[in-house]
Design a protein around this ligand. Structure first.
Ligand code: GDD
Ligand code: MN
Length: 387
């Protein structure tokens, strides 16, 4: 019994150790804002907007883009469309008779996934800075302005922003985003951050390289590759966007599990970056490996050990442990945990990562190295809350 308890506490301590280290470093360094040397300027910008069947929301997205606080004569909007619902026609109508910004419309005759579409759009983008945004997100008016100020730093090749408000009030998502913001600020001050966000990422055009055609973590992959080529890739909490999210357990799984799979696959494919490229490969990547690859298994093992332990000690009453975990999940996914809600958000992420790890391992065992073809159906409900 004592052994079991020791094992349990050991596991908990081991799982938490890297977080504790990060927390200590955070409080010692107290980083705030972007680490970039920002400088106000107005370089030419290409805004890349990939669309797959976004007829319901594409016009409001374009409206937002042309209303950004940025000189539109310096802007080109690159829409890469693979829809069969008339999205491209809506885009053309929107730009008909409009002098600026300039439109570059790429129409794919067949849907081959977001990564392929983005590779084409990046190759077509003519301007100095390339911004990528998702159709189902909303940007703060000064987002582009703040991003180009970051890219004025000669050491910085890419910058991403912060999900400042979760549309649809999912506290599960908000809690996780707040923790993620702290981590990403710290990583950026140490060197560079790993995760780049689909709703808003900006890159120096000359730094852009192709991403894998089956990528399901396109923005993070591009940022990682840019860091490997020498430029810093940072997070600026003053770049704000909004994105819709679910709280409910089952609804979260599809999108979260896919994103988790995309990130895990990326870490694995780029594993030779570990330990290289300065503090990025020595601190940031190992931390993310721990969080995404190792810790989900430790959490699962911890729950299993605690369950066996409590059954051994308290007989049938030991079932209280798994029941407690279930109750935590049930309450957490209803945003009902009050002050410990963010803890649930982390737990929810670990569940996605564990599920994604299992799918990846099974695909591998079945001899399927790609394990995901890079296409998925857009979440209708998340688009409805935007309207
Ligand atoms: N052209 C094109 N072709 N666009 C696509 C395709 C495609 O096959 N699939 C999706 N898109 C567009 C959507 O219309 C939307 O503008 C954007 O790509 C993101 O798609 P969502 O369906 O909203 O996916 P998400 O919110 O889960 O996407 C996030 O995670 C992905 C990784 O799994 C984003 O951050 C993506 O950038 C990221 O790749
Ligand atoms: Mn989306």
């Amino acid at each position: 019994m004592k052994r079991l308890l020791e094992a349990l506490f050991g596991l908990i301590a081991l799982t938490g150790l890297p977080y504790l280290i990060y927390l200590v470093v955070y409080y010692v360094r107290r980083p705030t804002g972007t680490p970039a040397d920002t400088w106000p300027r107005e370089p030419s910008v290409s805004i890349v907007l990939p669309t797959y069947n976004e007829a319901a929301i594409v016009e409001s997205k374009l409206e937002e883009l042309v209303e950004l606080d940025y000189p539109m004569e310096n802007v080109e909007i690159v829409v890469v469309d693979s829809s069969d619902d008339g999205t491209a026609e809506l885009v053309e109508t929107f730009f008909a008779g409009r002098q600026e910004p300039k439109l570059t419309l790429i129409r794919e005759d067949e849907r081959r996934g977001l990564a392929t579409a983005l590779n084409q759009a990046y190759a077509a983008a003519a301007n100095e800075v390339v911004v990528k945004t998702d159709c189902d997100s909303r940007l703060a008016p000064d987002a582009v302005r703040t991003a180009v100020a970051n890219l004025a730093d000669p050491d910085v090749g890419a910058v991403t922003g912060r999900n400042a408000e979760v549309i649809g009030d999912s506290e599960v998502e908000q809690g996780y985003r707040d923790i993620q913001t702290m981590i990403q600020i710290l990583e950026s001050h140490i060197d560079s951050t790993l995760i780049f966000h689909g709703p808003f990422s900006a890159f120096e055009r000359d730094a852009i390289v192709p991403i894998d055609d089956d990528s399901i973590a396109d923005d993070t992959e591009l940022a990682l590759k840019i860091r490997r080529n020498g430029d810093r890739v940072v997070f600026d909490p003053d770049i704000h966007y909004r994105e819709a999210a679910h709280s409910e357990f089952s609804k979260r799984r599809e999108q979260k599990d896919r994103r988790a799979m995309g990130l895990l696959r990326l870490l694995w494919r780029q594993r030779d970056a570990l330990g290289r490229h300065g503090a990025y490969g020595r601190i940031v990547l190992p931390f993310n490996w721990w969080f995404m690859v190792v810790s989900p298994w430790l959490v699962a093992t911890g729950i299993a050990v605690a369950t066996i332990g409590s059954l051994a000690v308290a007989g049938p009453f030991g079932l209280a442990t798994p029941a407690g975990v279930l109750a935590f999940t049930a309450l957490g996914s209803r945003d009902a945990l009050g002050p410990i809600q963010p803890l649930y958000s982390l737990f929810d992420t670990q569940i996605s990562l564990l599920r994604a790890s299992v799918s990846l391992l099974r695909a591998r065992a079945a001899g399927d190295e790609t394990s995901h073809d890079g296409t998925w159906s857009p979440d209708e409900e998340l688009r409805e809350v935007l309207q």
